[in-house]
Design a protein around this ligand. Structure first.
Ligand SMILES: [Ca+2]
Ligand SMILES: [Ca+2]
Ligand SMILES: [Ca+2]
Length: 370
């Protein structure tokens, strides 16, 4: 018996502990971080954790349940919930709850962030975004502040933020398959963004004051195609001359869907001069126009005649409206933007509420799609 215990202890010393459970093994996340070795996983059980966590080694933080693991801070002088060094981190299943717009959920690091929520921050994520997917950002001044090289931001929901994504000094960013709903601005390219080769594709922008804004952005290279811009007060704001943006993917791949496009489709071909329709508008969509210098206009040369993927009522984004979509909307009946059940694509009317008119609008499209 003693031998067995002895053997066990040797193994504990030789092989690193790979998973530390909070609060079972340590009562706070910080104590777990301090005890962890690089590469360890810290599993956080449901609960409210009020902490400012610093870390200087690569770690994985895994919450038990995104809606039940809530990490927040009561500090305003040290306002980062996670303030981490330039190592690789992974976060999943955690709600980062800020306050007073002075906080950030995660600051620093090279991060993979999956299936988390960021609420009420100055910036939910502040830098360090290698791979950000399937997260929800609600009521932040900025959902995330994106920088660096090769970040990938996919399948996230941005709602009611000042800017969903604020981008500065970024190269080779991929922003894909996200939904931007009722933000002041969906994507804001920040002052002197100085980034090349950024791609914005397959996103849905609905009911934002501005879909995208290039306020004072200089030397930005962005290709924007296959997005749906629906019912934004201003679809795109403030492009300036030195911004190198492309608004379509050539012919016949096409550009974006713009809900305020008035063109028709009787012609086809790269120059739209051949008889026969091709689902692309026959005249370019003027993204930003300069009436006195039309040669400087920014145009989508091949605007889509119908949304690339948006179908009112298709909540799960499989491009069909089926009973599962309508049931999920019905189950969220009565919820408002910010409630866990609220999803942006349920709010077809754009009022930030899931009500009977949304369900009826979805039911009208029942059966649509491939
Ligand atoms: Ca056409
Ligand atoms: Ca569907
Ligand atoms: Ca609604």
């Amino acid at each position: 018996m003693n031998t067995i215990v002895f053997t066990f202890k040797v193994q504990r010393a030789d092989t690193a502990v790979t998973t530390i459970i909070v609060p079972d093994d340590y009562p706070t996340i910080q104590e777990a971080v301090d005890a962890a070795s690089p590469g360890d996983t810290i599993f956080i059980k449901s609960g409210l954790y009020v902490e400012n966590i610093t870390a200087g080694k690569s770690l994985t933080f895994m919450g038990e349940d995104r809606d039940e693991v809530i990490v927040t801070t009561n500090e305003t002088l040290d306002p980062f919930i996670f303030d981490i060094s330039s190592e690789k981190y992974t976060f999943s299943g955690i709600t980062f709850l800020g306050h007073s717009f002075e906080t950030a959920g995660i600051h620093g690091g090279y991060n993979t962030i999956v299936n988390c929520k960021f609420l009420f921050h100055f910036s939910g994520i502040y830098g360090g975004c290698d791979n950000v997917s399937n997260n929800v950002f609600v009521d932040n001044a900025r959902g995330m502040t994106l920088g660096g090289t090769n970040p990938v931001v996919t399948n996230n929901e941005f709602m009611s933020n000042g800017a969903g994504i604020m981008i500065a000094y970024t190269e080779n960013a991929t922003i894909q398959e996200n939904v931007f709903h009722k933000n002041y601005c969906g994507i804001a390219w920040f002052f002197f963004s100085l980034g090349e080769n950024n791609t914005v594709s397959n996103n849905i922008f609905t009911f934002n004051d501005e879909g995208m804004d290039f306020d004072d952005a200089d030397d930005v290279g962005v290709i924007t195609y296959h997005n749906d811009f629906l019912n934004n007060t201003v679809q795109v704001e403030n492009l300036i001359f030195s911004t190198e943006c492309t608004w379509d993917d050539g012919y016949p791949s096409g550009g974006n869907y713009w809900s305020d496009y008035n063109g028709s489709d009787f012609l086809s071909g790269p120059y739209q001069n051949v008889t026969g329709s091709d689902e692309l508008g026959d005249v370019p969509y003027v993204v930003i126009g300069w009436p006195e210098w039309p040669e400087l206009n920014f145009t989508d040369n091949y605007p889509l005649m119908s949304p690339y993927q948006y179908i009112p009522g298709d909540v799960n984004r499989d491009r069909r409206v089926r009973i599962d979509d309508i049931l999920t909307i019905a189950l969220a009946f009565g919820s408002n933007l910010g409630d866990p059940a609220f999803r942006p694509l349920m709010d077809i009317t754009g009022d930030g509420k899931i009500r009977i008119d949304d369900i009826l609008a979805a039911a009208t499209n029942f059966g649509l799609g491939g």
